[in-house]
Write a protein that binds this ligand. Structure first.
Ligand code: HMG
Ligand code: MG
Length: 298
């Protein structure tokens, strides 16, 4: 049986905007976050405390949290290392997310570390975050394939995920960074994690839509038993350090699926579509989400 309710973890302001080359003004980002919260999204990942030269779009992370005030402190932010954690702690953030790679090449390209070295960077970051009472989520990227290495063995993904949880992460988000996964692969990967002692309630799924499989993959994960789904308003997104990564699963498409299944999300779809249409105007191009298009006036 399907769950009565699931959690949508909105990544539009972070994963969505990080890939946009034209800088979006900080007040516009703040309005985006506020509108997503007002549309009923329970978790909105706000920004990243990464090196500003690596992701210039999110160099205004501190200013954005300043604009968001008290509400901003409950929004998760990415931190790759202790320097990022320090910046988040200074602003009173209560939720941080580290992001590891299942492959050697992407660890090098995204974190400037080897696969093994990434854990040495995360270990003190998570330990100190926990000492400060912060909740830590961990992403694993390239769980279904890597643009440089091709297929990625399920055992290797489970090993990386297990190590991140062992450091003290409370939730593991399994990323199909380049959108090559298919439903059968999703089921096999989730089953392998369960067999390694990580139950569905510790797992989240994070799909990109490069091959048009994101929604189908989310459905497969839902039927498997996962109850936390990452998605990006309007289908914004991509990772600047991953070749061929397109937008994330659109939050609207996910909400439409879940509504039809009678699974509660708390999201007001009309308000969300309106928000994505507004952001599409800001970015100067239409949303790729079919649901946004279908629910937009002609
Ligand atoms: P590095 O160059 O190896 O850094 O980069 P370092 O540790 O050698 O430090 C060099 C200098 O950078 C030092 O300054 C540090 O203080 C400074 P100096 O002493 O020379 O003056 N520095 C920082 N400054 C501000 N904030 C920081 C920070 N860290 C160091 N946090 C680093 C290593 C991890 C920093 C770099 O590789 C980086 O920022 N990478 C981020 C890449 C990124 O953001 N990618 C996108 C997010 S991941 C993603 O999108 C996938 C996901 O959506 C899931 C999926 O789809 O799979 C999550
Ligand atoms: Mg992503």
């Amino acid at each position: 049986a399907l769950p009565d309710r699931v959690t949508i973890y909105e990544v539009g302001p972070r994963d969505g905007l990080q890939n946009e080359s034209a800088l979006v003004p900080t007040p516009t980002k703040a309005e985006f976050v506020r509108r997503l919260l007002a549309a009923g999204l329970p978790v909105v990942e706000a920004t990243s405390f990464v090196h500003p030269r690596w992701v210039p779009q999110l160099a205004d992370a501190a200013e954005l949290l300043g604009e968001l005030g008290e509400a901003g402190r409950d929004l998760p932010v990415l931190v790759p290392n202790e320097r990022g954690l320090d910046r988040a702690l200074e602003l009173g953030c209560r939720h941080v997310a580290i992001f590891g790679s299942a492959t050697e090449t992407f660890a090098q390209r995204n974190l400037n570390r080897s696969l093994d070295e990434q854990f040495a960077m995360f270990e003190p970051t998570v330990a100190r975050a926990r000492e400060h009472g912060l909740d830590v989520r961990a992403y694993v990227s390239m769980c279904f394939g890597d643009p440089w290495e091709g297929d990625v063995a399920i055992d290797q993904v489970v090993d990386v995920g297990r190590r991140l949880v062992d450091l003290g992460a409370s939730q593991l988000s399994l990323g199909d960074t380049i959108g090559v996964g298919t439903a059968g692969h999703v089921r096999r990967l989730l089953t392998a994690f369960n067999e390694a002692g990580l139950p569905d309630d510790v797992l989240a799924v994070h799909f990109h839509d490069t091959y048009g499989q994101a929604l189908t993959n989310a459905h497969a994960a839902l039927e498997h038993g996962v109850t936390t789904f990452d998605a990006s308003a309007g289908g914004l997104g991509g990772c600047p350090y991953a070749e061929s990564a397109t937008g994330n699963l659109a939050t609207e498409d996910l909400v439409w699926l879940l509504q039809g299944l009678g699974v509660e999300t708390g999201v007001d779809l009309a308000a969300l579509v309106e928000t994505s249409r507004w952001m599409a105007g800001v970015l100067g191009r239409p949303s790729p989400s079919r649901v946004v298009q279908a629910l937009s006036p002609a």
